[in-house]
Design a protein around this ligand. Structure first.
Ligand code: ASP
Length: 356
């Protein structure tokens, strides 16, 4: 770990890789990761921060397509070990799977009381038009921002990208071309950065002062995603639902949580549920929520015992299941937790709250 400067509040900058730290290989033309110190040389502004910035780098840095649950565990360990020494954490990460990492960390860092801000860029730091500089500098500013009483401004796992601060487990990558690469469709932005950083304090989660952060290191990846489409075949669904080791399925349905009314689909799902597989219904729509029972076409799913994923992103539903399975919880308890908001990841309609 190296120290860039030493003053007031403190931020640990963790570099995992991604475009932000890449250079083009002259022979192959492909973008490859390069040394973190060279990356930092591109941002002399870091020395002007009124806070202590320390750094930790993955060796070697990775493209985020190679990011695995073991890397999430590594990030949790770094944050847990350094938790008391820093006011906030910034994670430099490739954009491709950033929403998965942010979602996973939001569950693995239970009762988080400090900011963990993920950011990256669409253009490498060494390029003239890079978006990396602004993203990095503002992410550090947010990670070190405090309220007048000295408490952290945003004690959450977030993604900061192109002037927007979003709750990590609400975020999806929506663009492989423009700088505006992330969106939080179902939850308001936590802050916007213009001339000033405007925090939407009402929407920011506040930690329970009686609880301290609890790090979880284990996840269980026996999860699959099944996307429905017109013409889907029974044999293929059957094969998927009979995979050895399968413990949970995220079913991506139509609209408000609807499915084709073909008898075999209900039978396959009922059988899977009977075997103890947790089935979660999320919508293929980017915005809006599952509402089973609203349309006749969702009734078979309700009968088959699917749990509503409400307005969850796919990244969030998958990582939440991995996290809950990793706790070794029985299927029924996982179903209850999938139906509950545990890290600000879903909004349950008032009717669902009272039905509990
Ligand atoms: N492939 C890169 C990554 O996710 C893309 C990026 O960083 O924007 O690591």
């Amino acid at each position: 770990m190296s120290h860039i400067n030493a003053r007031r509040s403190s931020v640990l900058l963790i570099y995992t890789g991604g475009t932000i730290g890449m250079v083009r290989n002259q022979e192959t033309g492909a973008l490859e990761s390069f040394n973190f110190d060279l990356l930092l040389e591109q941002v002399p502004e870091l020395k002007r921060f009124d806070c202590r910035i320390s750094t930790h780098t993955f060796n070697p840095p990775i493209d985020s397509s190679d990011m695995m649950p073991g890397h999430w565990e590594k990030l949790v360990r770094i944050i847990d070990t350094n938790y008391q020494f820093f006011d906030g954490f910034v994670i430099l990460h490739g954009t491709d799977t950033m929403a998965y990492t942010a979602s996973a960390l939001s569950f693995m860092l239970e009762d988080l009381g400090k900011p963990v801000i993920l950011t990256g860029s669409q253009l490498p730091m060494g390029m003239l038009r890079t978006d990396g500089k602004e993203n990095l500098i503002t992410a550090i500013e947010i990670a070190s921002a405090q309220r007048p009483d000295g408490s952290p401004m945003v004690p959450e796992v977030c993604i900061y990208f192109k002037e927007k601060l979003m709750r990590g487990n609400r975020t999806t990558k929506i663009n492989a071309e423009q700088f505006n690469a992330f969106r939080s469709f179902n939850y308001p932005e936590l802050a916007t950065a213009g001339i000033n950083i405007q925090y939407n304090e009402y929407f920011i989660r506040r930690p329970n002062p009686l609880k301290s952060m609890k790090a979880h290191f284990k996840v269980d990846t026996n999860v699959m995603v099944l996307t429905l489409f017109p013409g889907i075949q029974q044999a293929m669904v059957h094969t998927l639902l009979h995979q050895t080791g399968l413990k949970a399925v995220v079913l991506r349905t139509f609209g408000a949580g609807n499915a084709p009314q073909i008898p075999w689909l209900k039978e396959e799902l009922t059988e899977a549920r009977r075997k103890g597989i947790v089935l979660v219904n999320i919508t293929q729509c980017q915005a809006g929520s599952v509402h089973m029972g609203l349309y006749e076409t969702s009734l078979p799913l309700l009968d088959a015992g699917l749990v509503s994923g409400y307005d969850s992103t796919p990244e969030c539903a998958i990582t939440k299941l991995m996290f809950l399975l990793g706790q070794g919880l029985p299927a029924e308890e996982i179903r209850v937790k999938m139906d509950s908001d545990i890290a600000g990841e879903i909004t349950k309609p008032a009717s669902a709250e009272t039905a509990q």
